[in-house]
Write a protein of this length. Structure first.
Length: 133
């Protein structure tokens, strides 16, 4: 491999490492510092009832002890909170992207862009697709 190719590979590795490190640190910062002390609800009631049904089904199918069923509930609650955190994180990414798009647009384009987003949101709600919690 030529010196030039090695240099390019090195720069790409450093760049990608920076991206991964930045993403990891941002995730850690949001999860451990920004949301510290904030307790998300484990889940909405329908999700909680689905989880209870799943627990009861697994309890019967796997013949779980009371202790195992409790550990399963704890695990499912933890996973639900992680999904909530992930949702918040992805919403933050969406908002950041929208802000960057708005920064490129002139006022007329920005107004149309916002109208498109609102139309999309209302169509999503009409179809019953959950776009947020």
């Amino acid at each position: 491999m030529s010196e030039k190719a090695k240099g390019i590979v090195f720069i790409l590795v450093v760049f990608l490492s920076g991206i991964l490190t930045g993403a990891l640190l941002q995730n850690l910062a949001e999860h451990y510092w920004l949301h510290r002390g904030r307790h998300l609800p484990a889940a909405k009631s329908s999700e909680a009832s689905e989880r209870a049904s799943m627990t009861e089904w697994l309890r019967a199918e796997l013949k779980l002890s009371d202790a195992q069923a409790e550990q399963l509930n704890t695990t499912l609650d933890h996973s639900a909170r992680q999904y909530d955190d992930l949702h918040l994180f992805t919403e933050h990414i969406r908002e950041d992207g929208r802000a960057r798009i708005r920064a490129v647009l002139d006022p007329v384009q920005r107004a149309r862009f916002d109208a498109i987003l609102n139309e999309s949101k209302s169509k999503t709600k009409q179809r019953g697709i959950r776009s947020g919690r």
